[in-house]
Structure formats: structure tokens, C-alpha cells
Design a protein. Structure first.
Ligand code: DOR
Ligand code: ZN
Length: 348
């Protein structure tokens, strides 16, 4: 018997859509299931100004065509960012948030922040105007082990920023550790976290045991199993401070499968079925809708979506395309490594 689950149409609160031929190829993958997404600004060159965000938004709308999908734009914070430009772009509804990349932390983050003192005035202005800050939470200190970089960031950077700018609304993006979950849980207001699909599924063994798996390599890198379990517990808990941000980050296969492969897992195509499987295993299917469609909208003070998405459980495992072909090359779709019985019901 086919079991169905009808959800408020979900939002993706952390998404890389890229540009050019890659954007054309992968935008429909998110627009199919999601109503809105927070669009990451780490293009080359980055989306720093309101003018650049408006132009990028136009290119995204062209790539999406007729689909019912709203890109929620962000600006890339640099030490030279103009607070007045940020505030004006937010006030006009052009942008939804600002993204902080520590310089050198990840893909296209060279223009990010090196000295947090240099962005203090901008963060103060954002707090005053109610502009949310999305944070890539990893230190870049070469002395800090890559598996410790998120936990160290909380103590060295995030907590000091939040203490110095108490009114700032912060989203800790793609949390990967029990430490980050505990930090978010310890705060009364003004802080939330996104959790990706892939970090609910893989730990560091999946990347490294039995040969290196480039399509499981992303940043922040997946940690030990106890951390994955903490993320699953947070996601299915019903705590409104945790919500979906896939960090679906496409790179062409040749950029992943090489001596120095790029970071990023591409989950846009099969995120909703994988999440249904994860939540079902935890006996928490009723918590899927709040995680994907309520908590994020509420934290960002956006209206919840009006439409619905129907998921169907099949007796037999469902198959997904192994790759999405784009004009920028094939992109491998995330393989959760277990059977998925859910699919998004066709709309007609
Ligand atoms: O794995 C990742 N890929 N993490 C990031 O922070 C950036 C992203 C990308 O842009 O490829
Ligand atoms: Zn990202």
C-alpha cells in the first residue's frame, strides 16, 4: 500500500545555485520541490553589493523559468562592505540575509573576513536594522585540526561576536558537531542553526574507509558518528532553532574527482526523499514538516508557504538519477548509501 505524507511546501535555507551553465543545469533540481531558498553569494567574483544581488537574482529567475520558486538573496560580507548598501538592500526586500565567510574557510571565500574587528560597525548596523547574519562557522587557523574547526570557532569567534552585538540575529550554517548543537540549545533567542541532508547521513568514515570518496567531501567536513547522531537528534526533536539548509553545492565531476577535489555534496535532487527516510527511521515523520517548512520561515520572520508537497512511500526502493548533466559538466547526485522508499509525488 502506498503511504503518503502531505507537507507544507518546504524551503531550503542554504543553497548554492552557482552561475552560468551550472546555474541553468541545476536550478530546476531545487525549484521542483522547494518554494524558496536562501541563495549563497560565493560566486567568482562574490555577490557583495545590492546591485550585484539584483543582477544575480535576475539570472536565477531566468534559469528557473515558469517554476514557482523564490530565491532569497544574500550578500557576501567583506571587510569593505558598505553598511548603508546592506541595509538599503534588506529594507527594499532585495536581500534576506548577509553571509559571513571567514577568509579562506571554504570554496570562494578568499574575499571573506580576516579581521572581525573590521566588520564590527557593519554587524552593529545589521543588528540595529534586523538583518540576519548567516555564518560559516569554522576557524581557518592552520594550527587547528580540520575536525575541530567548528567547535573552536564557537569559542573564539561566534560567541564573542554575539556578546559584542547582542541584537544580531545569527544562523549558524550547516552545523556538524554536538558542540554546535549544544551551543544553539544553550541560547535563549537570536540564534538558530541549519542542518544539511548529508550531515544527517554520513560520518567521516563514509569519506575515508575503503577508499577516498570525493562526493562525500564537503565543508565543514563530516565528523565522528556521535556528532552525526547529535544532528539527527536535533533535527527530529521539534526544537524550532533547527531547520533544513541543504548546502547543496554542485561541482562538476572533474572538479571533484581529482588530486585536489572541491568541497560540496549535491543533494538538491533527492533531499526530500532522503529526509523522509531519515525521519521515518527515527519514528519522527510528523516532525519532518516543521523541520523543512516551519522553523526556518518562522526564524527569518517569513510567511510560511501556502502550497504543499506530497511524499509517497513505495514498497520497493526508489531510484534517483546518478548524475545531473549540465552545460558545465555532469554533477553526481548524493548517494545516501541506503535504500530510500520515498519519492515526491508527481504533480500531474
Ligand atoms: O562543502 C561546501 N561547499 N561547503 C561550503 O562551505 C561551500 C560549498 C561550495 O560553495 O562548494
Ligand atoms: Zn554552503
Amino acid at each position: 500500500m502506498t503511504r503518503t505524507l502531505t507537507l507544507t511546501r518546504p524551503d531550503d535555507f542554504h543553497l548554492h545555485l552557482r552561475d552560468g551553465a551550472m546555474l541553468q543545469g541545476i536550478a530546476p533540481e531545487s525549484a521542483r520541490d522547494f518554494a524558496r531558498a536562501i541563495i549563497m553569494p560565493n560566486l567568482v567574483p562574490p555577490v557583495v553589493t545590492g546591485t550585484q544581488a539584483a543582477a544575480y537574482r535576475t539570472r536565477i529567475m531566468e534559469a528557473i523559468g515558469e517554476a514557482d520558486f523564490t530565491p532569497l538573496m544574500t550578500l557576501y560580507l567583506t571587510e569593505a562592505s558598505d553598511p548603508a548598501d546592506i541595509i538599503a538592500a534588506h529594507k527594499s526586500g532585495l536581500i534576506t540575509a548577509v553571509k559571513l565567510y571567514p577568509a579562506g574557510a571554504t570554496t570562494n571565500s578568499d574575499a571573506g573576513v580576516g579581521s572581525f574587528e573590521k566588520v564590527r560597525a557593519t554587524l552593529d548596523a545589521m543588528a540595529e536594522a534586523g538583518v540576519p547574519l548567516c555564518v560559516h562557522g569554522e576557524v581557518t587557523d592552520p594550527a587547528v585540526d580540520i575536525f575541530d574547526r567548528e567547535a573552536v570557532f564557537i569559542d573564539r569567534v561566534l560567541d564573542p561576536i554575539r556578546r559584542a552585538t547582542p541584537g544580531l540575529k545569527v544562523i549558524m550554517e550547516h552545523v556538524t558537531t554536538a558542540d554546535a548543537v549544544a551551543y544553539v540549545q544553550s541560547t535563549a533567542s537570536g540564534l538558530a542553526a541549519t542542518i544539511t541532508t548529508h550531515h544527517l547521513v554520513i560520518n567521516r568514515n563514509h569519506i575515508l574507509v575503503g577508499g577516498i570518496k570525493p562526493h562525500y567531501y564537503c565543508l565543514p567536513v563530516a565528523k565522528r558518528e556521535n556528532h552525526r547522531l547529535a544532528l539527527v537528534e536535533a533535527a527530529v526533536s521539534g526544537d524550532p532553532r533547527f531547520f533544513l539548509g541543504t548546502d547543496s553545492a554542485p561541482h562538476s565531476d572533474d572538479a571533484k574527482e581529482c588530486a585536489c577535489g572541491c568541497a560540496g555534496c549535491f543533494t538538491a535532487t533527492n533531499t526530500m526523499p532522503i529526509l523522509a527516510e531519515v525521519f521515518e527511521r527515527e519514528n519522527a515523520l510528523e516532525r519532518l514538516e516543521p523541520f523543512v517548512a516551519h522553523h526556518g520561515a518562522d526564524f527569518y520572520a517569513l510567511k510560511r508557504n501556502a502550497g504543499t508537497l506530497v511524499l509517497e512511500r513505495q514498497d520497493q526502493p526508489v531510484t534517483f538519477p546518478a548524475k545531473v548533466d549540465t552545460g558545465a559538466g555532469p554533477v553526481t547526485v548524493f548517494d545516501p548509501g541506503f535504500a530510500v522508499h520515498w519519492r515526491v509525488a508527481p504533480t500531474n
